[in-house]
Design a protein around this ligand. Structure first.
Ligand code: ADP
Ligand code: MG
Length: 532
């Protein structure tokens, strides 16, 4: 942020034909070659610019307004504030003096305009005159709010998109017409209300941004991230500053006058507070939280005393390049009012604003975060789509991609093999039981001459016994029985061992298949869920 003084231009209008006719004379003179005037006999005042009656609108624009417009185009906020008594030339200067085409550089951005009137402390949207004013019965018209950064924002005010200079001028005239027709019963419509015409510019021009980086100290890389710059320029046509008794107002007019003067009085107090603070401690002025200048040092700045001062909070003491265009009549008859205006304007010269280019950092950071999030989500979506198309899944983190059809086939195969294994296990169990019975029978016949028919022995269980079966065994002596018994006990042992081995094998086969089956069923479930 850099410090920028409020600049003041004094414009002296020519004597009107009526003033000439009534013999009024000029009481203000400009000193040659310097921006200084003398009012009355010897009261001298210095300003940033002095425009004598013969100076044209174009020259005023080139000298004092064009530098502000230039700053506005570079991303700074700007304000042009016309102040002075009724009939001093405020509207003449502001209403038709808006020609930014003369020095307008190539513009790459979007323009919006709003036109607001503050009348009797009510805000009226001049570009949407049918909208209710804040003060009307039950109406929710434009209001002034403070954003999180302490800047003043207007809520409920229509912003019209302007394609270029022609649109801007059209809206200016359209709003000015509403201003007049809204109060046909008044003689001095425009002098009863304050009007603020605002142009908003949103830019993303890399070229001008890089130029800005030198001026504002912002790194060029920061600008490359697509940051936008939002600036605004206010054209403020204030109500007449004359005193009520001078207008001879009564009743409604007097109330208007009181309200107008209350706003201008509050404005004067704000100017005094800001000006005297800077005068007391030059360079010591600092902005409060969020750049909000409600309090500086120990001095209170009474922005909240009126809507006008709240509206102009950024323009006076805040983030804005500001020019006060003080308009006076040269007539000696108006000399007291002109002196008031000159004093008022002179104090404004002491105000130091803190200006900075309005980079919309939040939106840029938010935008890039959103872009990253969108890219991430897109990646995930396409990954999911691919997975779905191939019906693939990953199990237990292993690289085991099983398609749905493969899983179904494997499941059927394993189930079949398991059934076969279980059948075989049952057969083996049965055979083992038969052998046990046979061994028991043989053991019994050995002790008490058994008569079990040898044919009941299964062939595979005792091949040697089968050879010795038949009448010979029945006729056999004690040695035969002994050797047969030995053979049988060996067979029994072998059978037991074999049965045990089988049992073991069956168990492990069952376990193996059961676990494979579980795995496949699990994968089936996942694939079915994915498919649904
Ligand atoms: P204000 O808005 O301050 O009440 P106006 O802008 O309406 O005053 O000006 C009052 C009258 O003086 C208007 O008729 C206007 O045309 C005329 N006037 C003001 N300034 C000039 C000027 N610089 N040159 C010629 N006429 C002017
Ligand atoms: Mg006017």
């Amino acid at each position: 942020m850099t410090s920028s003084s409020v600049r003041v231009a004094l414009r002296i209008r020519p004597l009107s034909p009526q003033e000439h006719a009534s013999g009024e004379t000029e009481c203000v003179t400009q000193l040659p070659g310097v921006p200084q005037i003398v009012i009355g006999a010897d009261r001298a005042f210095t300003f940033d610019y002095v425009f004598s009656p013969e100076v044209s609108q174009e020259q005023i624009y080139d000298d004092s307004i064009a530098p502000l417009v230039d700053q506005f185009l570079q991303g700074y906020n700007a304000t042009i504030l016309a102040y002075g008594q009724t009939g001093s030339g405020k509207t003449f200067s502001m209403g038709t003096g808006l020609t930014i085409s003369a020095t307008q550089p190539e513009l790459q951005g979007s323009l919006d305009v709003s036109f607001l009137e503050l009348y009797n402390e009510d805000l009226v949207d001049l570009l949407n005159p049918r909208s209710p004013s804040a003060g009307s019965s039950g109406g929710r018209g434009p209001t002034i709010r403070e954003d999180s950064r302490g800047n003043m924002v207007l809520v409920g005010v229509e912003r019209k998109v302007a394609a270029g200079e022609d649109d801007i001028i059209t809206y200016l005239h359209q709003g000015a017409l509403s201003r007049t027709t809204a109060s046909t019963d008044m003689n001095h419509t425009s002098s009863r209300s304050h009007a603020i015409f605002t142009i908003y510019l949103t830019q993303q021009d890399r070229r001008s941004s890089l130029m800005l980086s030198n001026a504002s100290g912002v790194e060029a890389s920061e600008l490359d991230s697509g940051m936008s710059i939002v600036s605004k320029i206010h054209f403020v046509d204030l109500a007449g500053s004359e005193r009520i008794k001078r207008t001879g107002a009564a009743g409604d007019r007097a109330r208007e006058g009181i309200s107008i003067n209350a706003g201008l009085l509050a404005l004067g107090n704000v100017i005094s507070a800001l000006g005297s603070m800077t005068a007391a401690a030059p360079g010591a002025a600092s902005l409060g939280p969020g750049g909000h200048p409600a309090r500086r040092g120990t001095m209170h700045v009474p922005y909240r005393d009126s809507k006008l001062t709240r509206l102009l909070q950024d323009s006076l003491g805040g983030n804005s390049q500001t020019l006060m265009l003080a308009c006076i009549s040269p007539s000696d008859r108006n000399s007291p009012e002109s002196l008031n205006t000159i004093r008022y304007a002179n104090r404004a010269r002491n105000i130091r604003n803190k200006v900075a280019v309005n980079f919309d950092k939040n939106s840029s950071v938010e935008l890039s975060m959103l872009k990253t999030e969108v890219a991430r989500l897109r990646g995930e979506l396409s990954k999911l789509k691919l997975q779905r198309r191939q019906s693939t899944l990953t199990l237990n983190g292993a690289d085991c991609d099983v398609s749905l059809s493969v899983a179904v086939r494997k499941n059927a195969d394993l189930t079949q093999r398991l059934e076969h294994a279980l059948r075989r296990a049952a057969e083996l169990e049965h055979e083992r039981n038969l052998l046990r019975i046979r061994v028991a029978e043989l053991g019994g016949s050995n002790a008490s001459t058994p008569n079990i028919p040898p044919a009941s022995l299964p062939d595979f269980a005792a091949p040697t016994a089968s050879d010795d079966s038949g009448p010979r065994s029945n006729d056999g002596g004690g040695g035969d029985v002994m050797s047969q018994s030995n053979v049988l006990s060996t067979m029994d042992r072998e059978l037991s061992e074999q049965a045990e081995r089988h049992e073991h094998q069956i168990d492990s086969v069952r376990r193996h298949f059961m676990s494979r089956l579980e795995l496949v069923q699990e994968s089936l479930l996942v694939v079915q869920k994915e498919r649904d």
